[in-house]
Design a protein around this ligand. Sequence first.
Ligand code: AMP
Length: 122
Amino acid sequence: MAYDRNNIFARILRGEIPCKKVFEDSHVLAFHDINPQTPTHVLVIPRGEYESADDFAAKASDAEIAALLRAAGRIAREQGLAETGYRLLANHGRDAHQEVPHFHLHIFGGRDLGRMVAKPAG
Ligand code: AMP
């Protein structure tokens, strides 16, 4: 599947849609999630055109991969989460309910996050 240049995060990267920026460098942009699930909920995205975690892991350069993880750690620290704890999460594809087809890492924190993933309903 070809990368969709009109996805919402591509538009944020081009400055067509505003975001509440928390960090940027030459490889990475990070901003607050518009619908936060936790007191702190930040999205960390590569500037490059990668559709998903699978795409990013397979095709991004070592420098891009390192920059993203370093940025996530730095942001979590700066948001005061390193002491109390936080969760990094990347949804890939249908079973993970990925909504936006531009790879992103969620940083969740600011409250007890429970353990791992939700149990199936029923
Ligand atoms: P995912 O299900 O992993 O693809 O998550 C996509 C995330 O993007 C959701 O948590 C949305 O709330 C968030 N989101 C969608 N549009 C925007 C936007 N314009 N600014 C910030 N976050 C957004």
